[in-house]
Design a protein. Structure first.
Length: 557
């Protein structure tokens, strides 16, 4: 027979963790038709000598819910060998949504995911109301990548309860209606549901994101919807302090595992040098729940972000900053920053362990005020020393002097190589937290697959190539029940990443682009060494360029 595509002479790493082997891969009708020695002809042949042929990568933690309305190529994930993305994480999203409450949904994304309101207002198409309609609308756009969805709890609560969802727990009657909608979403193919308990997850008007008000009785009802169906998973932002899992959170984790009978994956597991044993302590506390199916998530990247003071999400975990998020008007923010009472409250907050208390890690990237140009490239700690101030005053005085336009960088967590090797070699930990589509004006970690393979596999040899590929493919696919993805095997959908193991990689600090709706800025992470990416048999990425192929599908659980 004649195939659509034959990949010749490559080194196959099949996604299961099994040893690599040399083989040809033939593709026909969107499926892997043969793996071995292929002698028949094809419409297109790729010589993959010296290259690795692997399953397409599955990114289990993204926030592309809005971006898929204007970017069917789902960039920059599509540049990094990713063929499937899972969105709807952390309990925040834009479906279901009634027309009259669209602004509230967008404001939630502004505060939680750091996406500018004007971008959302110009870019979201709103061609849906219910969650199944949202999934159908995504499929109708014919995306370049495969799209999978978790049902985020906040919009479901708001859909039933209105603005009361921001203030209180649901009544039994409301809980039943919300549970029914979540069940219908799962029946339509959602991979489960998501929520959050994080203090920094503030939504509309700076109030706690609606899902944070869900009672145990509610969570039991929603988890039971998965148990009834014996399908799906729960994703939850659970650590009150990043990297620190406390006892009451362990109890909630155990409760969700028991009531759902399904896997529960939780964030965020970052190694913190300011709390040196936090990760180890968390893993010890979570061990009984991990044995029952809990999966902590981490990133292979150090957390390096740009800080835009027009949208200072990086400081949302500090109680004092609730005043800033209550009114995001620039003049209102400036009044807060200048207020001595706010500054004193911020100083008090900084007495608690936090990766942000080290002013040496916060640097000035760029300023607009010419009088401040001499501060570019310096840390806040250095500026404070030069000016005879403490870090809080030096920082906020700079922000005000530059009319909130200064751009800063902040480095924290996952910086200790020995501890990172521990995390990378722990099979219970899910590689994730790329957060694609979120925090677009301050960071981009969506390139973590190529960073993992370049930095931790090739350069530092912390894990094998086979294990690195497994962590990016079958491991996340299995967690969310995507049984036909994440493995390169005969008969499977032809999602394939073809890369040069000697070149693959990405930076841990991205580049600026002005390609969001309205020309707004975002940070993107370019890739290196990804030669070709195939989605359902179609070449979507070819030697540094996206093609016109739109073979992606909505993956339904």
């Amino acid at each position: 027979m004649s195939y659509d595509l034959v990949i010749k002479n490559g080194t196959v790493v099949d996604g299961t963790g099994a040893a690599r082997y040399r083989a040809d891969v033939a593709i026909a009708d969107g499926k892997v038709a043969e793996i071995g020695k292929v002698t028949e002809g094809a419409k297109r042949t790729i010589d993959a000598d010296g290259l690795v042929v692997a399953p397409g990568f599955v990114d289990p933690h993204t926030h592309y819910d809005a971006q898929i309305c204007w970017d069917g190529a789902v960039t920059p994930s599509s540049w990094h060998g990713v063929t499937s993305v899972v969105m709807g994480n952390c309990g925040v999203g834009i479906a279901p949504c009634k027309p009259e409450t669209r602004e509230i949904a967008m404001r939630d994304l502004v505060n939680v995911e750091g996406i500018p309101f004007d971008v959302l207002n110009k870019g979201i198409t709103w061609d849906w109301e219910t969650f199944p309609q949202f999934m159908d609308a995504a499929a109708a756009r014919k995306p370049s990548l495969n799209l999978a969805f978790i049902a985020p709890l906040t919009p479901f609560r708001h859909y039933v309860m209105g603005e009361a969802s921001i203030e209180r727990s649901a009544t039994p009657e409301e809980t039943a209606k919300i549970a029914k909608l979540i069940g219908e979403a799962v029946d339509a193919g959602a991979l489960g549901f998501s929520s959050t308990t994080l203090n920094q997850h503030l939504g509309f008007e700076g109030k706690p994101l609606a899902c944070r008000n869900a009672s145990r009785e509610e969570m039991k009802a929603y988890a039971n919807e998965l148990k009834k169906r014996d399908k799906g998973a729960i994703e939850i932002a659970l650590t009150r302090q990043v990297g620190v899992l406390e006892q009451d959170q362990c109890e909630l984790l155990d409760f969700l595992l028991t009531e759902s009978g399904r896997p529960v994956t939780f964030i965020a597991l970052f190694d913190r040098d300011d709390i040196p044993e936090a990760v180890r302590d968390t893993l010890r506390r979570a061990a009984p729940m991990i044995a029952k199916g809990a999966r902590p998530q981490t990133s292979p990247l150090p957390l390096t972000r740009e800080v835009d003071m027009n949208n200072p999400f990086s400081f949302a975990a500090f109680p004092a900053w609730k005043r800033v998020f209550a009114d995001t008007n620039k003049d209102a923010q400036k009044k807060v920053y200048a207020d001595p009472a706010f500054r004193n409250a911020f100083r008090h907050d900084l007495k608690n362990p936090t990766g942000f208390s080290n002013w040496g890690r916060i640097g000035v990237y760029a300023v607009k005020n010419p009088a401040l140009k001499n501060l570019e490239g310096k840390s806040i700690a250095t500026i404070a020393q030069e000016q005879g101030k403490d870090g809080v005053d030096a920082f906020l005085d700079l922000v005000l002097a530059d009319n909130l336009q200064c751009e800063l960088t902040m480095a924290s967590w996952n910086t200790r190589e020995d501890r990172m090797k521990e995390l990378l070699n722990n099979k219970s930990i899910l590689m994730a937290l790329g957060d694609g589509g979120a925090h677009v004006d301050m960071l981009c970690d969506a390139g973590y697959p190529t960073y993992l393979l370049g930095t931790w596999v090739r350069e530092k040899q912390a894990i094998t190539l086979e294990e690195g590929v497994r962590k990016l493919t079958s491991d996340p696919a299995d967690l969310f029940g995507l049984k036909d993805r994440g493995r390169l095997t005969k008969g499977a959908p032809a999602d394939v990443a073809i890369f040069d193991p000697e070149r693959i990689g990405s930076k841990n600090h991205g580049e600026r682009r002005y390609d969001l709706p309205g020309g707004a800025k975002r940070i993107v992470m370019p890739s290196q060494g990804v030669e070709y990416t195939v989605v359902n048999g179609a070449l979507t990425w070819e030697q540094g360029r996206l093609t016109e192929a739109k073979a992606g599908k909505v993956l339904r659980g």
